[in-house]
Every structure is written in structure tokens, then in C-alpha cells.
Design a protein around this ligand. Structure first.
Ligand SMILES: CC(C)(COP(=O)(O)OP(=O)(O)OC[C@H]1O[C@@H](n2cnc3c(N)ncnc32)[C@H](O)[C@@H]1OP(=O)(O)O)[C@@H](O)C(=O)NCCC(=O)NCCSC(=O)C1=CCCCC1=O
Length: 310
């Protein structure tokens, strides 16, 4: 799929009759949740040289987006996380349906977001927000993503009784709480959340406003001089591209070697875990093992798997 995306972007970049490129996923649930986490465990876990080859494919896809002579729009049709978030961040403009969530898998799964997110986020949302997003690994709603400048537009997608309503699971009707803390796009809690879930269950998802918004953005590029537009994109992409070019090779090497240790454990936990056991390692057991200077081994990894201790 990564090879197909690369060649499609290159083809569109060169095509004289193409104005803009839209990168999207199928359906309304997910844009992309990143690499196949099970395959990361079963094939790439402990297989650093093979993962280095995968990372070349992934990195070249990010580079193809950043080198496209046409504007690249990310149509965020649903959850965008892990490598999906990195591909999306590489795009020039992101527009999301407002039920979509954004996630940075990273350290929770034994990885660092070196497929572009650690390069792009600081220049897009500022160092403070990037550090909070990238290190805390907490999901972010489309409304919050819009508020902090990670995406350019958000449109409603839930239709209840024939009318569009905003995502009922997050706060959309106020910017700050009574203490002045920013709450727009933060998750609802308690009774408000329970009501939101009821509304969500009563509605249906309709992406027509997302399509209309993406079409409208693409149409804005038609009455423009193509070469001037390409040059503008080239210049405006520089902060992202410079950061990416500085670290992509060392990032690739680190990701590959890390497949022998933390990523092997993290993706292994996703592969063997269930809804009941959870899909993360036993972090307390890992902290205790490392406090005792225990080296990485097959035994340690097996001992960290979810459901191992009751
Ligand atoms: C947060 C999730 C994406 C979604 O959680 P939730 O809404 O609770 O749904 P689930 O029940 O977990 O998921 C539904 C089913 O989809 C399967 N699924 C989802 N994502 C993946 C994936 N990436 N790989 C394989 N399978 C996936 C999930 O197993 C469910 O299937 P089932 O048969 O059990 O019903 C959550 O699923 C999640 O955290 N997923 C893992 C995300 C992840 O780790 N992605 C990889 C990150 S690393 C990456 O992408 C990289 C790319 C290149 C650069 C290097 C790199 O690390």
C-alpha cells in the first residue's frame, strides 16, 4: 500500500491536468491507524534489518507527500493515529469530520514517532503542545486538533433526525471553563458524556459535509498560477521538510534497532492482548525489571505480556 501511495502521489504530481491531491481512507471509521501492529510483532519483532527496509518504504511515502508539486489535502474520514497520523501531518492541509480522533501511539507501544510526527508537530503546534501530545500519548479530538493548529478545518458528521450535530462526546459549545482553562474539544464526562453517547447511538454518520469542504478547498486552487502555487508550497513546507530531512535516516536506524527490544514487547502486547487483558505491557513489571538492571531477553518480554499475572 505504501508503494501504491508513493506512485499515485508521484503520478498526480507530474500530471498536467491535476490541481490537488486528496489522501483519505475508506469508510467513516478510520483514516489510518498506522502500521499493522500485529505484523510489527510477528514479523518485524526482533527482525531489525527487515524493519529498516520497511522504514525506507514508510519514509519515502512521507517524502513523496512533501515533494508533491500539487497541494496535498488530508481528508480525515476517521481515526488518524500512529503512522496514519504521520502521513496526515506530512500533508499540507488537513480537514476532519468531527468524530475523528487523532492519536500518537509512540511510547505506549514501545516506539518513538519517528515517521515524521516528532519533526512536524513542533513546527505545526509549537514545542510545548508537541511535547505534551507526543509524550503523554493521549488521544485528541478533531475539535482540539483544530484549536491547537494541527488541522485546518473540522465539519460535523453525525446526523440525528436529519440534522447535523457536533460530536456529542466532546465539548463544542464553550472555549473555556469557569476557571479559564481551555475546554473546547476536550472529552465530556459524567452525565454529559452519557447523554452524548445516547445521541451518538441515535444518529448516523454522513460525510457529505467533509466531501463538500474538501472539494471547496481543492476548487480554490483552480484559479491560481500553477508554478507560483508549487513554489509557494515548496517554501511553506520548508520548516517541516528541513526537520524531516535532518532526522529521517537516524530515525529509521533507531526504529529498526528498537524492534529488538521495546517495540518487540510493545507490539507483542498488542498482538496477544485482548479487550479483557488490555493490549499494553505490564509497565510496572518493566520498571521493576529495569530498576534491577535486568537486560532485555525473550523471558523478560514474555513476562511483560498482558494477562501474564492475575
Ligand atoms: C486506538 C486503536 C487504533 C483503536 O482502538 P479502538 O477504537 O478501541 O478499536 P480496537 O478494537 O482496538 O480496533 C479495532 C480492530 O482494528 C484492529 N487494529 C486497529 N489498529 C490496528 C493496527 N494498527 N494494526 C493492526 N490491527 C489494528 C484492532 O486489533 C481491532 O481488531 P480486532 O480483531 O481485535 O477486533 C487501537 O486499535 C490501537 O491502539 N491500535 C494500534 C495502533 C498502533 O500501534 N499502530 C502502529 C503504530 S506504529 C506505526 O504506525 C509506525 C508507522 C511507520 C513509522 C513507524 C511506526 O511506528
Amino acid at each position: 500500500m505504501l508503494k501504491a501511495i508513493q506512485s499515485a502521489i508521484k503520478e498526480a504530481s507530474e500530471a498536467r491536468d491535476v490541481v490537488a491531491v486528496v489522501l483519505t481512507g475508506a469508510g467513516a471509521k478510520a483514516f489510518c491507524t498506522g502500521g499493522n501492529a500485529v505484523e510489527f510483532s510477528t514479523y518485524y519483532g526482533g527482525n531489525s534489518q527487515e524493519f529498516r527496509r520497511f522504514m525506507r518504504l514508510f519514509g519515502d511515502t512521507v517524502s513523496a507527500i512533501l515533494a508533491c508539486d500539487k497541494p496535498v489535502i488530508c481528508r480525515v474520514n476517521g481515526l488518524r493515529s500512529g503512522g496514519g497520523q504521520e502521513l496526515g501531518l506530512a500533508c499540507d492541509i488537513s480537514v476532519a469530520q468531527d468524530l475523528a480522533m487523532f492519536g500518537q501511539g509512540g511510547p505506549k507501544h514501545g516506539a518513538a514517532m519517528l515517521g515524521g510526527a516528532t519533526d512536524f508537530l513542533p513546527v505545526m503546534v509549537g514545542a510545548e503542545q508537541a511535547l505534551a501530545l507526543g509524550s503523554l500519548c493521549e488521544p485528541v479530538s478533531a475539535h482540539k486538533a483544530r484549536r491547537i493548529g494541527m488541522i485546518s478545518a473540522v465539519v460535523p458528521a453525525l446526523k440525528v433526525d436529519g440534522r447535523f450535530v457536533p460530536n456529542p462526546l466532546v465539548i463544542t459549545d464553550r472555549l473555556v471553563d469557569e476557571f479559564g482553562e481551555m475546554v473546547l474539544g476536550e472529552p465530556k464526562t459524567g452525565e454529559e458524556l452519557a447523554k452524548g453517547k445516547e445521541l451518538l447511538a441515535a444518529g448516523e454518520v454522513d460525510l457529505s459535509l467533509l466531501d463538500a469542504k474538501v472539494d471547496a478547498i481543492c476548487a480554490k486552487f483552480v484559479p491560481m498560477f500553477p508554478e507560483s502555487l508549487s513554489k509557494t508550497l515548496e517554501e511553506l513546507r520548508k520548516p517541516k521538510l528541513d526537520a524531516w530531512n535532518r532526522s529521517k535516516e537516524s530515525g529509521r536506524a533507531w526504529m529498526a534497532l528498537n524492534m529488538a527490544t521495546e517495540a518487540k514487547a510493545g507490539f507483542g502486547a498488542f498482538a496477544v492482548g485482548t479487550k479483557e487483558t488490555g493490549r499494553e505491557i505490564d509497565f510496572i513489571a518493566l520498571r521493576k525489571a529495569q530498576a534491577a538492571a535486568t537486560p532485555w531477553s525473550e523471558e523478560l518480554i514474555a513476562d511483560l505480556m498482558p494477562g501474564r499475572r492475575e
